[in-house]
Write a protein that binds this ligand. Structure first.
Ligand code: SAH
Length: 246
C-alpha cells in the first residue's frame, strides 16, 4: 500500500531539497519519487543530503509535465501553504487527508504534489490535483521548507497506514476511482460538448473550474464516469441530428 503512495516534486530549485525529501520519504517507508522538471538532477548535493536514502534518489523518475507524473493516479493532493483561488476540495488538516489517501492507495497509485521553493504550485498545476492540503502552521509564518513539508505529510501518511493496518476490518474498500488520465479524457469530452452545444461561449470563464471542483468532490467511480461519457455521446448525437430524437 505504501508503495502506491507517490511523492511528486515540481520544478525543485535546490537539489539538496530533493535529497532531503528522499530521506524524509524513506524514514516513513515511502519510495516512489517523481521529479517534474528539476533544475539539476541527478546532482551530487541531492545524493549527499539523501544520506541513507540514495536508493530513493536512484529510482526517482524525471518527467517534463505534472500530467505525466500523476496520470495513472486516482487521487492527487497538492500541498500548498496558502489557499488559492481555485475551488478544489481542501483539507486544512493533514490527518483526514492521509486516511483517505491510504484508502485509495489500496488498489491504485495516489500522489502528494509539492511546489517550487519560490512560488509553490501554479493554478494550472493545481488543476491536475483532486484536492489540496495545507499544514496548519503559524498563520504569521506558515511556509515550511519543502523537505520539511514532505516529512510532515509523509509522517501523516505513515500514521494513517499504521491505523489502517491495526484495524483493517473497519474500513471498507471504496469503489475504484478513475485515474487522472481517464478524468482528463472525460473533461476534454465535456469541454467539447459544452462548446459545440453553445453552453460555453467564453473560453476563459470559471465554469469549467467549478465543474472540475464538483467532480472532485463527488469522486465518481469508474463506472459512474463511463455512464457520464455515454450520456455525453448520446446527447451529442441527438444534438447533431435533432429530428431523429423526436
Ligand atoms: N513560497 C511558496 C511556498 C514554497 S514552499 C508559496 O508561497 O507558495 C515549497 C512547497 O512546500 C510548497 O509548494 C508546498 O508544496 C510545501 N509547503 C510549504 N509549507 C506548507 C504548508 N504550510 N502546508 C502545505 N504545504 C506546504
Amino acid at each position: 500500500m505504501l508503495s502506491n503512495i507517490r511523492i511528486v516534486l515540481v520544478q525543485t530549485f535546490h537539489p539538496g531539497n530533493i535529497g532531503q525529501a528522499a530521506r524524509a520519504m524513506k524514514t516513513m517507508g515511502l519510495s516512489d519519487l517523481v521529479l517534474v522538471n528539476p533544475r539539476s538532477f541527478p546532482d551530487a548535493e541531492a545524493t549527499r543530503l539523501a544520506a541513507g536514502a540514495t536508493d530513493v534518489i536512484d529510482n526517482a523518475r524525471v518527467v517534463e509535465h505534472i500530467a505525466q507524473a500523476v496520470g495513472d493516479c486516482v487521487q492527487v493532493v497538492g500541498a500548498s501553504a496558502r489557499l488559492r483561488s481555485l475551488p478544489l476540495p481542501h483539507f486544512d488538516d493533514p490527518e483526514p487527508m492521509a486516511s483517505e489517501l491510504i484508502e485509495h492507495a489500496q488498489d491504485a497509485p495516489v500522489a502528494l504534489v509539492f511546489g517550487r521553493e519560490r512560488f509553490g504550485l501554479t493554478n494550472d498545476e493545481i488543476r491536475h490535483c483532486t484536492h489540496q492540503v495545507s499544514i496548519p502552521a503559524n498563520p504569521e509564518y506558515g511556509v515550511l521548507n519543502l523537505a520539511q513539508a514532505v516529512q510532515i505529510l509523509a509522517y501523516e501518511v505513515r500514521r494513517a497506514w499504521r491505523h489502517h493496518q491495526a484495524s483493517p476490518a473497519t474500513s471498507q474498500t471504496p469503489p475504484s476511482l478513475p485515474t487522472r488520465d481517464q478524468m482528463a479524457h472525460f473533461e476534454a469530452h465535456l469541454h467539447e460538448a459544452l462548446v459545440t452545444s453553445g453552453f460555453l461561449t467564453q473560453p476563459h470563464a470559471r465554469t469549467e473550474d467549478h465543474l472540475r471542483a464538483l467532480f472532485a468532490r463527488a469522486q465518481p467511480s469508474r463506472k459512474e464516469l463511463s455512464i457520464l461519457r455515454g450520456v455525453l455521446s448520446t446527447l451529442e448525437k441527438a444534438g447533431s441530428n435533432p429530428r431523429s430524437s423526436s
